[in-house]
Design a protein around this ligand. Structure first.
Ligand SMILES: [Zn+2]
Ligand SMILES: [Zn+2]
Length: 288
């Protein structure tokens, strides 16, 4: 009689998991698929934590390494359990802590060639560099990640969708306009992180010099509350559970204005609306 086959024999992919308190918590909660936490969002620094059952990643690390560690720990997450950092583009509010965290925790950094070239001096030596390309899906354990091009004044900026089993989340901040491609990629997400950068009137009447106002309003700048509302209106569907408004300007927007204006889009679903903050870590959301 043949011995019982291993999981590998049966074609099931076995993923080796790191041990640690974070994994123990996941195992204690077997129904959990995806966890998402916006550690910080805005022009002074951005970082999003996402975990599946077998992988924990950061999308951008735009605060100091110490501050990112502090915010992870404030939500019971151990930076030692991270598996990778993904970089959306080279602006310093997205990469400030990437190099130090990569070296400290021996983390691979997933980044496009053009972004890496543009960011090289700020990143320094990386523990491991993994080249990604907009339009090409890559896999980190149980997370399937798809970077897609967005319109922003950087070398090769991208948004991301992340699939785990049948659940999909989408992340798009730092975009001047929501192109047809952006809309296509962000369809059917259970959770969306969308930019709501500025209130158009506050920006026009605000203190910024005119060239900066022009840059923010341009097709390669940042998405206004009004534009975010139009985008969300198109993207909403019955299974959309959470919408997190992100990259709010501290000068040209308020959480109340963003929530009021963009929230009006949610006419056909009961998604929870969250506002990401620059100074405080958001809640750790569990998607099942
Ligand atoms: Zn930014
Ligand atoms: Zn940017």
């Amino acid at each position: 009689m043949k011995p019982a086959g291993t999981a590998e024999d049966s074609g099931i992919r076995v993923v080796k998991m790191k041990k640690g308190p974070f994994l123990n918590r996941l195992q204690a909660n077997p129904g959990c698929n995806l966890r998402v936490c916006i550690l910080a969002s805005g022009s002074k620094g951005n970082a999003v934590f996402v975990s599946g059952t077998a992988a924990s990643i950061l999308i951008d690390a735009g605060l100091s390494g110490i501050e990112i560690e502090r915010r992870l720990k404030s939500r019971g997450l151990d930076p030692k359990d991270l598996d990778a950092i993904l970089v959306s583009h080279e602006h310093s509010d997205h990469i400030q802590g990437v190099g130090v965290l990569s070296r400290r925790y021996k983390l691979p950094v997933y980044i496009s060639t053009k972004t890496q070239n543009a960011a090289a001096s700020q990143l320094g030596n990386l523990h491991d560099l993994k080249t990604i390309e907009c339009g090409s899906t890559f896999v980190i354990n149980d997370l399937a990640i798809h970077p897609f091009s967005i319109s922003h004044d950087a070398a090769d900026p991208c948004g991301f969708t992340i699939h785990q089993n049948s659940t999909k989340i989408g992340i798009a901040t730092d975009l001047g306009i929501a192109t047809a491609m952006v809309k296509e990629h962000l369809k059917e997400c259970a959770l969306l992180i969308l930019e709501a950068n500025h209130d158009e009137e506050m920006l026009i009447n605000g203190p910024y010099p005119w060239p900066i106002k022009q840059r923010i309003k341009s097709r390669t700048g940042h998405l206004s509350n009004a534009a975010s509302k139009i985008l969300l209106k198109e993207l909403q569907h019955d299974c959309l559970k959470h919408v997190m408004l992100a990259h709010l300007s501290e000068t040209n927007n308020t959480p109340q204005k963003a929530a009021h204006e963009v929230g009006q889009a949610l006419t056909r679903c009961k998604a929870h609306l969250h506002i990401a903050s620059q100074n405080t870590c958001g809640a750790l959301l569990h998607l099942k």
